[in-house]
Design a protein. Structure first.
Length: 166
């Protein structure tokens, strides 16, 4: 483990596919509250970097640490990393097309989801408030009762961001 203030800490990360170096000694530090954009030409390694952070690809070498160096992401599987709060959205939106915008957000809220609790589940006051906040952030308030499948591409993107936040 390292002593760092960073929320996300990558150092010396390398990934090779059949000898081809997709990532070569990549270092990246993100502090709490920081927003970063990663740009680069096609094939530069952006997706590979995201795959390493989210546990889809194991690096050949290097450190990938979360939460002030306390969590070694290279030891965790994708589901565990998602549970830590590292969300990812892809270019192509993945929302539940046959459910309303509102229900998509309800479904995305973290919480116990057994078959029984699903069937009779009604969101709590706190959850209703959170959904209203997310409808505001994503500017989908006016579209809450529409089926997600009918949203524009950009609106689907926002809905998926709202679901990740939920
Ligand atoms: N599974 C794989 N097997 C072999 N080569 C791969 C594999 N995944 C990625 N690569 C190669 O690694 C390099 C980095 O790819 P990556 O997908 O990370 O690039 P990118 O920056 O996301 O590009 P783009 O802007 O096109 O999405 C590319 O040359 C790619 O062909
Ligand atoms: Mg890519």
């Amino acid at each position: 483990m390292k002593t760092t203030s960073a929320l996300l800490y990558l150092d010396g990360v390398s990934v090779a596919f059949d000898g081809f170096k997709a990532l070569n000694e990549l270092s990246l530090v993100i502090e709490p509250g920081e927003m970063r954009a990663i740009i680069g030409p096609n094939g530069a390694g952006k997706t590979t970097m995201m795959d390493v952070i989210t546990g889809k690809t194991r690096p050949d070498s290097g450190d990938v640490l979360f939460e002030q160096g306390q969590v070694d992401l290279t030891t965790l599987d994708e589901a565990s990393i998602a549970t830590l709060g590292i969300g990812r959205k892809f270019q192509k939106p993945t929302v539940f097309e046959h459910h309303t915008v509102y229900d998509n957000l309800v479904l995305a809220l973290a919480g116990p989801r057994g078959p029984g609790s699903n069937l009779f589940w009604k969101e709590s006051a706190g959850e209703t408030k959170r959904i209203e906040e997310l409808l505001g952030v994503t500017r989908l308030g006016d579209h809450r009762n529409r089926l997600a499948g009918g949203l524009s591409h950009g609106q689907k993107q926002w809905l998926e961001i709202g679901m990740l936040l939920a």
